[in-house]
Design a protein around this ligand. Structure first.
Ligand code: NCD
Ligand code: ZN
Length: 457
């Protein structure tokens, strides 16, 4: 190696890539990986950290989080959320546009990037919103640095309403031309509205009513429609929070005929079902789309293994604890925190033999970087890549407790879950950010990421 004196070496551990695992070391200089290989072949370093008995993986990339600012600082702040992320082994996040104001024009993108830059301790990207009234802002948002766009096909949120299909086609054409991926909340808004009104009129207040509102067909239809629109316009799309076994054949078929479609699922759809409601309480489990009956998780795990679902995200959606504890299910804020618990839940699946550690690195690091054009800078243990590194201890047992989480909205349906496997050190571009559940870097070291142009159609 000819890189002279380097800043840092993580030595003596096991390096994990999607291709496999091997003993070795990683050398870091000026925030980048400069060498990977046998311990004996490493250059001299200012600091060597012995990670014997542990694994080194790239930092996880979570392309679906709601960090709430501007507008909802009482639910979460960029400081609290990115601290939770760093402790959870997540080094890059993409923030959703349902803030207040929504991220719907170039000025809002600029404002959110500034707000995040002042607080974040992990790197970040910002989503732009697609609506009927802001089609002329899509290109300026790309130029201002929006990394991707969010299409709410299923929405009852007046801040981010669902655009009509004509506007959707126009938006996808604009993004196709610029090679930017569009992430889709794939549910059919009129079905949700109609069923919701009917269930409310019938006096239903329970979690099962929330599930009945979000019937399987509402998501199956929307996945099918958006795959068709993607094929027609050439716009790369990404299915958010995939949760329903009946959608999976549609995604598989679209991939097979060459549609540029990727998909994510989240730990709650893999680990939980309506059968968990007695343990979590109805309220903690409310999320959109819903956690469904038992019988969906198995096919979702299979789809992850086969690559029909490409990646793990969290849909980190914290709310103030009081907003989760209202009497009627319709009034309970949907969603819960996820960035701090996702990696340890997935490492538990590795320990249980459900997936391998290289699989996890593919799903959490490589696939999101590739899908959204962050590679080769992010998501890889390769010379030249950013030194976003996580040291994990596969033997560490812990119990998830809401009160231990760093999010301000810490009501979690994983309360009391036993996990095995834990991120114990997180480095962002070579700088140690979190260690053993504590933050050791100041706010504001996170930077915006730039996505390269995707091929598009
Ligand atoms: C999201 C939130 O709270 O921002 N909640 C959720 O249940 N996923 C909003 C949403 O995506 O509907
Ligand atoms: Zn979401």
């Amino acid at each position: 190696m000819t890189c002279g004196l380097v800043d840092l070496i993580l030595a003596g551990g096991t390096l994990v890539t999607p291709e496999g695992m091997r003993p070795g070391a990683v050398a870091v200089k000026d925030g980048r990986i400069v060498a990977i290989g046998n311990d004996a072949a490493m250059p001299p370093a200012r600091e060597v950290i012995d990670v014997a008995g542990r694994h080194v993986i790239p930092g996880a990339i979570d392309v679906h989080v709601h960090f709430r600012e501007p507008g909802f600082s009482y639910k979460e702040t960029w400081t609290s959320a990115t601290q939770a992320a760093a402790i959870g082994g997540v080094t890059t996040v993409f923030d959703m546009p349902n803030t207040n104001p929504p991220t719907a024009d170039a000025g809002a993108v600029r404002a959110k990037l500034a707000l995040a830059s002042a607080q974040a301790c992990v790197d970040f990207g910002v989503y732009g919103y697609i609506g009927e009234g802001n089609l002329d802002q899509l290109a300026p948002m790309v130029e201002t640095g929006a990394v991707a766009f969010k299409l709410y096909l299923g929405s009852d949120n007046p801040l981010v309403p669902c655009p009509n299909d004509g506007a959707v086609l126009d938006a996808l054409a604009i993004l196709a031309e610029r090679g930017v991926r569009c992430t889709v909340h794939a549910e059919n808004t009129p079905i949700l509205a109609w069923r919701g009104a009917k269930l409310k009129a019938a006096g239903r207040q329970d979690l099962a009513a929330h599930l009945e509102q979000h019937a399987d067909i509402a998501t199956v239809e929307a996945v099918s429609r958006i795959a068709l629109f993607s094929e027609w316009t050439g716009c790369p799309i990404h299915i958010a929070h995939e949760n329903c076994r009946h959608s999976l054949p549609l995604i598989a078929a679209a991939k097979k005929r060459g549609v540029d479609i990727t998909a994510e699922t989240c730990p709650h759809y893999l680990y939980l079902s309506m059968d968990d409601a007695p343990r979590t309480g109805d309220l903690a489990l409310r999320v959109k789309p819903p956690v469904r009956e038992a019988g969906h998780a198995g096919p979702l795990w299979d789809a992850l293994a086969s690559g029909v679902i490409d990646m793990i995200s969290t849909d980190h959606a914290p709310h103030a604890p009081a907003e989760k504890r209202r009497a009627s299910i319709w009034e309970v804020a949907p969603g819960f925190p996820g960035v701090e618990t996702s990696m340890r839940l997935m490492l538990t699946a590795v320990n249980d033999g459900r997936i391998t550690l290289p699989d996890y690195v593919r799903m959490a690091c490589e696939a999101p970087a590739r899908a959204f054009g962050l590679d080769p800078q992010k998501g890889a243990l390769l010379p030249g890549a950013d030194a976003d590194l996580v040291v994990i201890d596969m033997n560490r047992d812990s119990v998830i407790r809401g009160e231990d989480l760093h999010s301000l909205g810490n009501v979690t349906p994983f309360e009391g879950f036993r996990t095995r496997g834990l991120p114990v050190m997180t480095f962002l571009r070579g700088q140690l950010v979190a260690k053993e559940g504590r933050i050791v870097a100041p706010p504001g070291i996170g930077r915006p990421v730039r996505a390269r142009r995707l091929r598009g159609g």
